[in-house]
Design a protein around this ligand. Sequence first.
Ligand SMILES: [Zn+2]
Length: 292
Amino acid sequence: MNPLTRTLWIGAALLAASLAHANDPAWSQPQQPFRIYGNSWYVGTRGLSAVLITSPQGHVLIDGTLEGNAAQIEANIRALGFRLRDVRLILNSHAHADHAGAIARLAHDSGATVAASAAGAKALRSGGDDPDDPQYGMAPRYPAVTPVEVVADGAAARVGSIAVTAHDTPGHTPGSTSWTWRSCEEGRCLSLAYVDSLTALGREGFRYSDEPARVEAFRQSFATVAGLPCDILITPHPDASGFMQKIAARDRDHAPAALVDTGACRAYAAAAQSRFEQHLAKERQGMQRAGR
Ligand SMILES: [Zn+2]
């Protein structure tokens, strides 16, 4: 791991630790939209990702960010020269307020269909009130999304020439989903991976280690993410993968390569798994102290 990567991972760990309760001002801080690669565009805020994938037949939007950011996301789409009503499909990483809060509004204003994993769809329809969520009772609610279509694990959600493949990566929430697609620029096509949060956060008293199936599913998610087609890694919290720093390096040095790292998903999964195993160890220590 080079020093920059190490710094980024330490940053990601601190971020993960602070995300449990924080509502970071950066989550609503305006961000000028920009091209990520080819027909993929960043239309989120400074601290929360939303990605627009465009085609002549219509567009796909991944994530909406916070409820109060809807107008910002819409303005960002328009600022790039796209029409909101051409957004045909909205996908979600996971059904927490910081990624799904604005989806009901964005779907209403664009007329887009909303789709997610089966468990993700259930949580979206409830407005984030999902008893199976480790953060149930603690995570803020948001406007319920209806209807929501289901995209099966490994299936592709399609609009025109765009195909975005769903990869179930449960753990942070039961419905957590990572999405991959191809974007091309001057004849060079790359795999983009929007990898969901892999942090283990729960309400007071929630223990992953109480539920072996949940632990097993989380570990499988690390393997899934490590194996994704992944030239460019994007995460719902851009800071979790140093995304904005990579964009800044690319633009400063006019070096497209700064954004491309075929090992990024593997490294991201490995770091997340090591944090998860530490989390499990702490849970077990806590149980021993409590005499359980
Ligand atoms: Zn979350």
